[in-house]
Design a binder for this molecule. Structure first.
Ligand SMILES: Cc1cc2nc3c(=O)[nH]c(=O)nc-3n(C[C@H](O)[C@H](O)[C@H](O)COP(=O)(O)OP(=O)(O)OC[C@H]3O[C@@H](n4cnc5c(N)ncnc54)[C@H](O)[C@@H]3O)c2cc1C
Length: 394
């Protein structure tokens, strides 16, 4: 392996792999001059996990060996990044130190179950579920099939999260499952957020659905403790500080999340812990040889694979300009897409920009839940993910 690369990409997730493929197809001179640093053996299609949790997709179909998605023409260092020095332009990973001309940070987001007392040790038993860990997603659907009474409690933290509406997807499909099976179960939603959804065009329908379905939902409620053996969840009211104990038969946790802690002290993070980049060019605000996209970045949009789909081609153009000593001239407008299943077979497809102005891709009213959008997410999106987005073809 070389000691120096023209481009190093940190992270072989959605953003890292798609960026590497696109760079290689745009500039053949980069062949064998890009290094991806990624410790995992497998790559995951994470947007499939809520569908696995509701029994609509097979878990194994959301995973491929990392070796199968690594671009031909790029090197793979199968290690964790330990340190980045953007002044010396070097990365430490495993026992190696490698130098770069340019760096793309695509380290994703960190899950922080430990911020909830008792959560880590409770997961995967006593009805405590999460759709955010590959090995636990099957347990969600198994638990759903076994619950006969009591509360199903779905939680969402105040922090920024990836897959921003995955809790709502679980909430609505579980509600339908319970009604279809005529079960005496209450569906409870507790969210740390202060609003149901930030874009009025879509939140109107979501609030109407929560009300019509009789879902017991409350905002600004943060899950702070899980008492697994007693089947109790403790929530803190973010306004009053009061605590409320909610009994559950099934608890579906979306944990608090944070930016890449390995970069702390590197000078690359903003005060909130995200990689500090210009929201339009994705070039670092201090180090002009560094770019970032996806969940790790400070880009103020939803942390979604669909955001990466819009960011990646623009970042690639800007990075190529920067490599040719020009200023980046292409601008990302914050475009993202959030698919929200309101029941099995129906989905709202929210698409909007930084200003929360809808930017819809179809001629249909996407704020109205449609069968077609659900089929698209369930059947088309996985194919588009593996065969187009990851390959840099969008
Ligand atoms: C339950 C769930 C539901 C979702 N639903 C949707 C959806 O419906 N639609 C949608 O568009 N998106 C959805 N997403 C979000 C989507 O998966 C992410 O936004 C997308 O994967 C972001 O890409 P990324 O490359 O930034 O991060 P990731 O794809 O997570 O990749 C980050 C990579 O960095 C690696 N890494 C971490 N630390 C280090 C280190 N120290 N050294 C080297 N490598 C490291 C990781 O191993 C990982 O491979 C969902 C996600 C989840 C979990």
């Amino acid at each position: 392996m070389k000691q120096h690369y023209r481009l190093i990409i940190l992270g072989g997730g959605t953003a890292g792999i798609s960026t590497a493929n696109r760079m290689l197809s745009e500039d053949k001179n980069l062949t064998n001059d890009i290094l991806i640093i990624e410790p995992r053996d497998d790559h995951y299609f994470q947007p499939g996990w809520p569908l696995v949790g509701s029994g609509e997709m097979k878990l194994e179909s959301t995973r491929k060996p990392m070796s199968k998605v690594m671009p031909k023409g790029a090197g793979w260092l199968h290690e964790s990044v330990r340190n980045v020095d953007p002044v010396k332009r070097e990365v430490k990973a495993g026992s190696r130190t490698i130098k770069y001309d340019y760096l793309v940070v695509a380290l994703g987001i960190e899950l922080d179950y430990d911020a909830i007392e008792g959560a880590s040790e409770s997961l995967g038993k006593n009805g405590v579920c999460t759709n955010y860990i590959y090995d636990l997603v099957d347990y969600t659907y198994k638990t759903l099939q076994n619950v006969k009474t009591g509360n199903i409690v779905v939680t969402k933290p105040q922090s920024k999260i990836k897959g921003g509406v995955s809790a709502e997807n679980s909430l609505f499909t579980m509600d339908e499952y319970v009604r279809d099976h005529d079960l005496d179960i209450n569906i409870v939603f507790r969210s740390g957020s202060h609003e149901v959804f930030p874009v009025k065009r879509y939140s109107d329908n979501l609030v109407a659905q929560l009300d019509e379905k009789g879902i017991d939902y409350k905002l600004e409620q943060e899950l702070v403790e899980v008492r697994g053996e007693h089947k109790e969840a403790v929530f803190k009211d973010l306004e009053t500080g009061e605590r409320q104990v909610v009994p559950f038969e099934m608890l579906v946790i979306t944990p608090p999340m944070r930016g890449p802690s390995v970069l702390e002290g590197s000078g690359l993070l903003d005060p909130e812990g995200w990689v500090s980049v210009d929201q339009h060019t994705m070039m670092h605000n201090t180090y002009t040889t560094v770019f970032s996209l996806g969940d790790a970045s400070s880009l103020p949009t939803f942390k979604m694979g669909s955001s990466v789909k819009s960011q990646m081609p623009i970042l690639v153009k800007n990075l190529l300009e920067r490599m040719n000593d020009q200023s980046p001239s292409h601008k990302y407008d914050g475009k993202t897409a959030c698919p929200i299943a309101t029941e099995y077979g129906h989905l709202i497809l929210a698409e909007f920009d930084y200003n929360h102005i809808p930017e819809e891709s179809t001629f249909l009213n996407q704020s109205d839940d449609k069968w077609l959008f659900y089929q698209f997410k369930k059947n088309m999106l996985p194919l588009m993910y593996w065969h187009a987005l990851l390959k840099g073809k969008v």
